[in-house]
Design a protein around this ligand. Structure first.
Ligand code: SF4
Ligand code: SF4
Length: 288
């Protein structure tokens, strides 16, 4: 992998930098899974889910739709293709480009009817105030570790009685995840205040600088010295058509906590309230 990164670094094109960011995203996913594996409290044993007894068998719970997101699957497909390319061919810009845009359709996971959707499980736990549980599974797989993490975060939210604090916590969990993923992996790839989309398409977005932080006629007031001074979830969830075509994009419906604790209208607001501070957004969604 080091050799691939070295070649991509030397190429230093929009595509090669994008692929380096994809490798970074893949590596941090592996690291994150290893951390979860080291710290898991899942008990490996055969036992059915019994919420009254405080037992959840993670194998009974469906979470594929939230774990195998379109973006995660796309990143893994790009990684697969990248590892198959002959090192000498990495210098071929066309091959690199095709690796990013390969047209393999990404299938949406099919719901398994014999399982309980993790969102429905969390709703049940929330209604019945279930916060003491043991999680069991037949084996410690990545998806079971993901389910454990989501259920543990849900328990932290269920424990909070104040509705404002509850929503605040859900917001923070989601925002921090997106911040770590989107910003750390630098998908927008700014160079001299121009993002990759602005460098490629001269008319998009309109001012040709500051990426999406430029509104129709002026910069967003939250943009200070090139940094956002607030935590706007809609901005973090947004991916422009250029990045979407490259497989980068999130959907509010892919976030377990948003689906389990917020209603449709609240989720809609989270997705469309751009250029707003966290406080402004929370004020709008708290009573709908
Ligand atoms: S999401 Fe916005 S800032 Fe990022 S590349 Fe697209 S237009 Fe640029
Ligand atoms: S609120 Fe959105 S548009 Fe404004 S600076 Fe922050 S990220 Fe950019």
């Amino acid at each position: 992998m080091d050799e691939i990164i070295k070649i991509l670094n030397e190429l230093n094109t929009d595509d090669s930098r994008f692929l380096i960011n994809i490798i970074k995203s893949h590596n941090s996913y592996i690291e994150d899974m290893n951390n979860k594996r080291d710290n898991t409290k899942i008990i490996v044993k055969k036992c059915s889910t019994d919420l009254k007894e405080g037992i959840i068998n993670l194998d009974d719970i469906y979470a594929d739709h939230y774990f195998y997101t379109k973006m995660r699957v796309k990143i893994e497909k790009i990684m697969d293709s990248l590892l198959k390319i002959d090192k000498n061919e990495l210098l071929n810009k066309r091959i690199l480009h095709n690796t990013i845009y390969n047209e393999n359709r990404i299938k949406t996971p099919v719901f398994e009817k014999d399982k309980l959707d993790i969102v429905e499980l969390i709703k049940k736990m929330s209604i019945n105030n279930i916060i003491n549980i043991k999680m069991v599974a037949s084996s410690i797989t990545d998806i079971n570790l993901f389910k454990e993490e989501q259920i543990n975060m849900a328990i932290e939210i269920i424990k909070i009685n104040n509705p404002k604090e509850k929503i605040n916590k859900i917001y923070d969990y989601t925002y921090n995840y997106l911040k770590n993923d989107f910003i750390s992996n630098n998908y927008c790839d700014f160079i001299k205040n121009k993002c990759v989309a602005q460098r490629r398409f001269h008319l998009y977005p309109i001012n040709r600088k500051d990426g999406c932080c430029f509104m129709e006629i002026r910069k967003c007031p939250h943009l200070k010295n090139g940094q956002c001074d607030t935590e706007c979830l809609a901005c973090r969830l947004f991916s422009c058509p250029f990045l979407t075509k490259r497989g980068i994009g999130y959907y509010a419906n892919e976030f377990v906590l948003l689906k389990a604790f917020l209603n449709k209208n609240q989720r809609k607001k989270l997705v469309f309230e751009f250029y707003k501070s966290k406080e402004e957004i929370l004020k709008k969604i708290i009573n709908i």
